[in-house]
Structures are given as C-alpha cells and as structure tokens.
Design a protein around this ligand. Structure first.
Ligand code: NI
Ligand code: MN
Length: 228
C-alpha cells in the first residue's frame, strides 16, 4: 500500500512499501505544516521539487543534507544544489527516470520558477510519480492547460491527482474542476489553498463541483493520511 501524508500547501510525503519520499518540502514558514524538517533526517529516499519558488523548495537543502536523500528536480535546480554538495538528479520537462524507489517524470506547468534570490531555476513542472504500482500526478503550481488531457492519456490512469485550487498564483476552483475533467484521476485532492489569506478558498466547493461532474474528490487535511 502507498500512503500519502499531507503536510500543508503543496508538501506531500509518500510512503511506499520500502521507501519514503517528500514532494515540495515547504515546512519552515508553512502555517499548515504538521511536521518539521528534523522529522525526515533519519530516513528519506528522495525529495522531489516542482519549481524554484520558496514555498516549494522550502527546507529541501537542510533535509537532503541530513538525510542523504536524492534531490530530484529540473536540471537548473538540480545543478544548483549539486554545487552545494547535495546528491541530485536533474530531469527536464517530458523526461522521466527509473529510481530504486519508483519512476519520476516531469510535465509542463504554466507558472514561474525564479529562485528566492533571483536564481534562474528553469521551467516550472508538474511531477508524475509511479511507485509500487500507484500513479500520482502532482500538478505543481499551474494554470489550466489543455495538455492535461494528453498527460493523463499517456501516463494515467492516475490513482490520485494533487491539484492546486487556491487561485491568485494557480488555478482557482472553477478552472481546477475543468482540469479534473481532463485529468480524470480516480481521486482528485486539492492543495495550495488556505495556507495564506491570498489563497483562501472553500475546498468543499471544489469537492462538490468535481463530484457534480461524476468524478471523485476529497479534502485531505494537513497531517492526515490518504491510503492508495
Ligand atoms: Ni510557485
Ligand atoms: Mn506555490
């Protein structure tokens, strides 16, 4: 069984049969985070990063340094952290790689990716993780785009789609609902909302509207676990 634990904003912990992975480990400064970086120092296999913004890179460096986890991100982010002494693996959009824990592939995302100190952190991405036979699509930060249909056709069916709904920086609810109609995962889970006032939206409205389209959606609260 694969477990997904939500740590608030866009941060997800994935536990496979023998592996532990973090996606977008923004914990310090994340008011919804239920864990701290040190909770991952003992054992972590990989950190996956969708793009270069501070609310996604988060505590990646500190956690990777202490845990020895491989940091997987686009080429620019991977190169930056490799120079800082971390173990990294760079991918580019459309490329995937088979790691011991599973397969990671980057998709397009329409957003920015400049680092907190103005670094050129390449193109923003969505992340597909295939682990223990389960298919997870973490959309990253993005507006809606028609290719979501193709991403699903080529890489799905997804067991779960983790999708931003907070508006302002990403899709809002109505665009996200339309995106779900293209992605058609077995379950759609909202993220990137209610962390800060500017991304405050009603997650229940998203769930209701997705279910109104005959698809499944549910909110996973920070600290809660979803079993796949
Ligand atoms: Ni962002
Ligand atoms: Mn963000």
């Amino acid at each position: 069984m694969v477990k997904l634990i939500f740590h608030g904003h866009a941060c997800w912990e994935v536990q496979g049969a023998t592996s532990r992975i973090l996606i977008d480990p923004f914990l310090t400064g994340n008011p919804l985070a239920d864990v701290k970086p040190a909770d991952f120092f003992d054992r972590l296999d990989a950190i996956l990063i969708s793009h270069g913004h501070g609310d996604h890179i988060g505590d990646a460096e500190e956690i990777a340094k202490h845990s020895g986890a491989v940091l997987v991100a686009n080429h620019e982010i991977a190169t930056h952290f490799k120079k800082r002494g971390l173990t990294t693996h760079g991918l580019s959009i459309g490329g995937g790689h088979d790691f011991p824990f599973g397969r990671v592939k980057l998709t397009i995302a329409h957003h920015g990716s400049t680092g907190p100190n103005g670094e050129n952190f390449g193109s923003p991405a969505g992340i597909i993780l295939i682990i223990d036979g389960k298919r997870i699509y973490h959309c990253g930060d993005t507006g809606i785009f028609l290719d979501m249909q193709l991403i699903s056709e080529l890489n799905g069916p997804f067991d779960v789609c983790l999708i931003p709904i907070g508006d302002n920086y990403t899709m809002g609810i109505d665009d996200a609902v339309r995106a779900c109609e293209m992605i058609r995962a077995k379950l759609h889970v909202p993220m990137h909302f209610n962390t800060f006032p500017v991304v405050k939206v009603d997650g229940n409205e998203f769930v209701r509207k997705v279910e109104g389209k005959g698809l499944k959606a549910r909110i996973v609260e920070p600290g809660a676990t979803l079993d796949l």
